[in-house]
Design a protein around this ligand. Structure first.
Ligand code: FEO
Length: 398
């Protein structure tokens, strides 16, 4: 049976390994399992637990903690965010230690009340607030949306150790804890960012700015290896992956089209030509054979998303819904869009896609255009005006 692991003086990893996990949160494949990292810090005045573990692993967490201290000697638990893979065991920990104080953000306290459905003592931390553990200091950094609204980082000042919640983590499980004991986990590290942090690139930039002047000797994330050799690399990787879209140059339109019989494509050709005439660069995608990665990158560069969709069986085709579903997996540069398309029998798709975009908080750059079967010269002139209106909206917002 595995024991707690010494990380630094009076600082132990008391987390658990979950090597058999195949899909995290029923959403993301985990190619090498995962760990739920929990850290026990002992000062001369206080003993603090940084995060707990997923509920089914509670007893293993408790056993590892008890190698260091009795459960009722934990003074506080820092809830870096309230997602159940880290907060699940807290309900049982509170049963054993009801006086333990939960340190968390305001949003974290609200979430935790509804996750635990029980009373608990709490302390809401503020930006830069410090907790004197006795001989060592824990400082809190608010990092909302990395990757939950309630996220906080903790920084052990004298030890120069950062506990950044899920940031800089990886779903990776081996029988070792430290990065320099493991040959390679870059692919899992990058995939983790892509799945978990990519929708919040702007928030990642905000958080990196807050920690940029901190001396950081070790990074202790809530999943995967502890980085005692490559903490800088992890932080630099996040800076590179979350860089803001370049400024200047022509505004860009992402023109994503599905055309079953060529009619929506004919409309798209006129729209593309007019957008270019108006001074926009057009990045074109055929939704039937695009690479998801290329489309997601384009979403993060484009000033406007223009979707062309036919109506098939009174609906937009699955490829179109897939393109819409990917929006929430990235940080779009803007939330401006327009929709057009041809139809044969009915023609619901354009309105349905517009409604979906509205649900995603997009603003329409122009009212959608939709025509039956082969577009006439008059229809194509409407498409040109539609593109002219899109360009005017984009250029106004530049
Ligand atoms: Fe690892 Fe966001 O929970």
């Amino acid at each position: 049976m595995e024991n707690s692991i010494h990380v630094a003086d009076k600082l132990h990893w008391v987390g658990v390994r979950h090597p058999d996990l195949k899909v995290f949160d029923d959403l993301f494949p985990t190619h090498n399992g995962t760990t739920y990292n929990s850290y026990l810090i002992q000062g001369s005045k206080m003993t603090v637990l940084i995060d707990a573990v997923k509920e089914p692993f509670s007893e293993e967490l408790f056993r590892k903690i008890e190698e260091q201290v009795p459960l009722n000697k934990i003074d506080a638990v820092v809830v870096s965010h309230t997602e159940p893979d880290h907060s699940g065991a807290i309900v049982h920990l509170l049963d054993k230690n009801p006086d333990m104080i939960v340190y968390c953000s305001k949003a974290g306290e609200n979430f935790l009340k509804q996750l635990l459905n029980r009373d608990f003592k709490s302390h809401i931390v503020t930006e830069g607030e410090e907790l004197d553990l006795g001989g060592r200091t824990l400082r809190f950094v608010l990092a909302p949306y990395l990757h939950w609204p309630d996220t906080i980082f903790s920084y052990l000042v004298e030890d120069e150790i950062l506990f950044p919640c899920d940031a800089f983590g990886a779903h990776y499980c081996s029988d070792r804890l430290f990065d320099d004991e493991i040959s390679e986990f870059y692919a899992d590290f990058h995939f983790y960012f892509d799945c978990i942090m990519r929708p919040f690139k702007d928030k990642v930039r905000d958080a990196l700015a807050k920690i940029k002047d901190l001396p950081i000797r070790m990074v202790c994330p809530s999943h995967g290896p502890v980085r005692r050799s490559t903490g800088d690399f992890a932080i630099e990787s996040y800076a590179r992956w979350s860089v803001a879209p370049p400024e200047g140059g022509k505004p860009k339109a992402l023109l994503a089209v599905l055309s079953s019989h060529g009619n929506t494509r004919e409309m798209a050709d006129v729209i593309k030509a007019e957008l270019e005439t108006q001074g926009l660069d057009v990045i074109g995608f055929a939704l039937s054979d695009m690479r998801d990665d290329d489309y997601r990158n384009a979403l993060e560069q484009a000033d406007v998303l223009v979707i062309g969709t036919p109506t098939i069986q009174r609906d937009a085709p699955p490829h179109v819904w897939h393109a819409l579903a990917m929006i929430s997996s990235v940080t779009p540069k803007t939330k401006v869009a327009a929709v057009f398309g041809s139809f044969g029998w009915s023609g619901e798709a354009v309105k349905m896609v517009e409604q979906r975009l509205a649900g995603l908080k997009y603003k329409l750059a122009a009212e959608g255009v939709s025509f039956r079967f082969t577009p006439t010269a008059e229809n194509l002139e409407s498409c040109r005006k539609f593109a002219e209106q899109i360009a005017a909206t984009v250029l106004t917002e530049e």
